[in-house]
Design a protein around this ligand. Structure first.
Ligand code: SF4
Ligand code: SF4
Length: 369
């Protein structure tokens, strides 16, 4: 049985610091020794302010860094953002300022090593720093995800796939949500973080995980040694059956997951808005071309919000977005619905939307949704 701690929390430093220290102790932090190579892995997806609830709050990262320093360990803090300059992410997120004076720097992952995560994926490129670390402290953000429903502890480790390799894997996992979930499970089981501290103080609901999501105060920190157990309890926090989370479904298909033991009270969270997921492809294979074109949700752009920055064009693994004059053009035949574009858009100009035939079809097939 794996223990998962839930505690009420705020970002107010005088209250947050002792809480983070206590949670790290409860997960076995006292065993950290001077010789340990410790990697702290927050969510640094893209440049976003703390009140946007896209990234792990800088105050949480700072407290974990202080905890490590207190144990005589100089940790490294790193992530592989989807896009954008790392210096901008550090400035806008407030993390650069939060770490000032600690002597600890936050860097992007650069080098990768090939690691066999098992069939059918084989060898994939993971951050060398994550593979060589004795201890990984995983600091995910509690957010919705329009492709995977929620992004929590296990999904945060996908950030250890270095830079441009990430969209490549989205492409290879294709329009198959379960295949992508399975890949995430394999990465989680390969990296096996020793500490998982989920920032759910200011969480995100709606069409996350980027700026299209809506900040939602949950006022909690969650912690556990097993990221799958943390994710399972996080589902319950927002009223979702853990078996309905694609990632936990993929994990359970490889063997039953142990029942987590919850230490603390589940908060009273009402009407948490999950993103609406529709099946990625309907019907028999010979109809998939038709369903992809006419029935699937698709990314759409609000031209009034778009700044034509080109970040979505750059990140798109399927080369499905181009700029034509003052507008973006989507090639929906190529688009694999990975929603990387929505994730990185700094202007919240992109969202996933139903087609008209798709809406009608879904009402006929799933009248209750
Ligand atoms: S258009 Fe967006 S959702 Fe479609 S493949 Fe490109 S990044 Fe993914
Ligand atoms: S949709 Fe967003 S990411 Fe794409 S060009 Fe416009 S502002 Fe940039």
């Amino acid at each position: 049985m794996s223990q998962v701690f839930i505690r009420p929390a705020t970002y107010e430093p005088d209250a947050l610091r002792p809480l983070v220290f206590a949670l790290m102790d409860a997960m076995g932090g006292a065993e950290l020794s001077r010789s340990c190579r410790v990697l702290i892995k927050p969510n640094l997806l893209s440049a976003a302010r703390p009140d946007h609830a896209v990234l792990t709050h800088p105050a949480v990262v700072r407290c974990v860094v202080e905890y490590c320093l207190d144990k005589g360990v100089r940790p490294s803090v790193a992530d592989s953002p989807a896009i954008g300059s790392f210096a901008t992410i550090l400035r806008v997120s407030g993390l650069g300022a939060a770490l000032a004076g600690t002597g600890v720097e936050c860097r992007p992952f650069r080098d990768s090593v090939k690691v066999d995560v098992g069939e059918p994926f084989g060898e994939i490129d993971l951050a060398a720093e994550a593979i060589r670390a004795d201890v990984i402290v995983n600091l995910p953000k509690f957010k919705t995800h329009s492709q995977m429903l929620l992004t929590l502890a296990v999904k945060n480790l996908f950030g250890c796939v270095v830079g441009f390799r990430k969209p490549e894997w989205h492409l290879r996992a294709g329009a198959d949500r379960q295949a992508f979930a399975w890949l995430l499970v394999r990465i989680g089981r390969t990296l096996r973080p020793s500490f998982n501290l989920l920032d759910g103080v200011l969480a995100m609901e709606g069409q996350g995980p980027g700026r299209s999501g809506v900040p939602r105060k949950l006022g909690i920190l969650m912690a556990g040694k097993d990221p799958f157990a943390v994710d399972s309890v996080a589902c319950r926090v927002v009223g979702l059956d853990p078996g309905d989370l694609p990632l936990l479904k993929a994990a359970a298909a490889e063997g039953p997951l142990p029942e987590p033991a919850i230490d603390g009270a589940l908060p009273d969270v009402r009407s948490f808005r999950l993103p609406r997921l529709t099946p990625l492809l309907y019907g028999p294979q010979f109809l998939h071309g038709f369903t992809r074109r006419h029935l699937l949700q698709r990314p759409v752009c609000d031209a009034k919000l778009c700044r034509l920055c080109g970040e979505c064009v750059t990140i798109c693994p399927a080369r499905a977005i181009s700029q034509e004059g003052e507008a973006l053009r989507f090639d929906y035949d190529r688009c694999i619905r990975c929603y990387c574009c929505i994730e990185v858009c700094p202007a919240a100009a992109l969202r996933s939307a139903d087609t008209l035939p798709g809406r009608v079809f879904r009402r006929l097939i799933f009248p209750a949704r």
